[in-house]
Design a protein around this ligand. Structure first.
Ligand SMILES: Cc1cc2nc3c(=O)[nH]c(=O)nc-3n(C[C@H](O)[C@H](O)[C@H](O)COP(=O)(O)OP(=O)(O)OC[C@H]3O[C@@H](n4cnc5c(N)ncnc54)[C@H](O)[C@@H]3O)c2cc1C
Length: 122
């Protein structure tokens, strides 16, 4: 998969350097990008298939502060944060864990319950 985002470029360089120095670790990051578009700070972890199911995990779409999960083939494959940097940072672990969609469907986990569960990768 081609990922044209700044962080991916950085993570590729880090992976190359590690493996040149003797590690033997496959390059398999959770895809991530962020962008600021006027007053919207948008962060996206994972992938976002066109036919994904959606679930709001935090906030409300109308007030422009929210985190939405994307489900595909029974798993959480992406989380998108809109003006919600703290919450999306915590909820990204759902993507890293490939959490079952059934575990969040209809009963969004409180963001606080995931606090600390999602440390930075690498
Ligand atoms: C308009 C725009 C907006 C973007 N916004 C975002 C964003 O909001 N968030 C985000 O995550 N990503 C964004 N991106 C994507 C991000 O910029 C790229 O994914 C990232 O810069 C890729 O980094 P890179 O080091 O692989 O390549 P580049 O940053 O393209 O660096 C390649 C470098 O190699 C040099 N080069 C090329 N050929 C040669 C050669 N033969 N000899 C010597 N030097 C050469 C080039 O001049 C360049 O400096 C945006 C891209 C564009 C174009």
């Amino acid at each position: 998969m081609r990922l044209e985002h700044r962080l991916n470029a950085t993570e590729q360089a880090q992976a190359v350097a590690r493996n040149l120095l003797g590690d033997d670790v496959p390059f398999a990051p959770v895809p991530y990008f962020w962008t600021d578009q006027y007053d919207a700070h948008i962060q996206a972890y994972g992938i976002f298939p066109a036919d994904a199911e959606l679930a709001v995990l935090h906030g409300e779409l109308d007030n422009r502060h929210f985190v939405v999960a994307y489900g595909h083939r029974g798993r959480v494959v992406g989380v998108l944060g809109w003006n919600s940097p703290r919450e999306v940072l915590k909820l990204r672990q759902l993507v890293a864990d490939k959490a079952p969609w059934s575990s969040i469907e209809g009963s969004a986990p409180p963001v606080g319950a995931l606090a600390g569960a999602a440390g930075p990768r690498g």
